[in-house]
Ligand binder design. Sequence first.
Ligand SMILES: Nc1ncnc2c1ncn2[C@@H]1O[C@H](COP(=O)(O)OP(=O)(O)OP(=O)(O)O)[C@@H](O)[C@H]1O
Ligand SMILES: [Mg+2]
Length: 250
Amino acid sequence: MNRQPTLAAEGIAKAYTTGKLATAVLDGLSVTLGAGELALVLGPSGSGKSTLLAILSGLLRPDRGRVVALGEDLWRLSRAELERFRLHHTGFVFQGFNLFPALTAVEQVMLPLGYLGLNRRNALVRAMAALEEVGLESRAQLRPLEMSGGEKQRVAIARALAKQPQLVFADEPTSALDSTNGKIVIDSLHRIARRFGATVVCVSHDQRLAAGADRVITIQDGLLLSDRVQSDPPHAGVNRASALPPDRSP
Ligand SMILES: Nc1ncnc2c1ncn2[C@@H]1O[C@H](COP(=O)(O)OP(=O)(O)OP(=O)(O)O)[C@@H](O)[C@H]1O
Ligand SMILES: [Mg+2]
């Protein structure tokens, strides 16, 4: 398999210190991910999944090791460069949706596009395309209170997707959902990986989601316990921008 690596972690170590006690969470973990694949990171509660995701996405600095994302050695970038990298290339989906109560679905999705410098008209077109991608075009005018949990999570995914990031991170995106909605959310993430050649890293402790992933990575005791490739992703990036309008971001 000749797959272009987009995200590589090498020898990642992280310990948290509380009082005088340092507890190692990650202990020299390495993993390489490619374009177009959905990798599911499984592991028991407290095994360091969220910590790993934060390190891979440039939110948390590891004690040791490096993260190379799209050719950039993330933790050698200045703070401003790292902010810029995250804005332009990464999308993040959180467990609790993080939606604004007063905004409609389409407004939630348009918001980060404003930060990217898109004008209102282009942001609207792109936001609607992203909502369509997750099957929510008919819900565009609803506010969070009027949506189900599954719909809210799909809005959060559309918001991450609308930026057309090459790297998408999702921390327990299905934990607040029933299994039917959980599967819809995983399928949406999978489609994003396939259609846009994005690398999607999704953290969960729900084994049932494994069926929907290309790759299942299990961590335990700070290390990679297993790494199972379930299906070959398509050639990197070929389908990028097939559904969304051309990228006009600066
Ligand atoms: N900011 C912090 N300060 C101190 N300890 C922390 C901090 N964040 C996480 N930890 C500890 O590090 C360990 C790993 O936490 P992490 O959140 O990465 O686990 P997780 O696998 O995501 O768990 P869960 O499935 O419950 O979300 C836990 O024991 C946790 O208590
Ligand atoms: Mg967690």
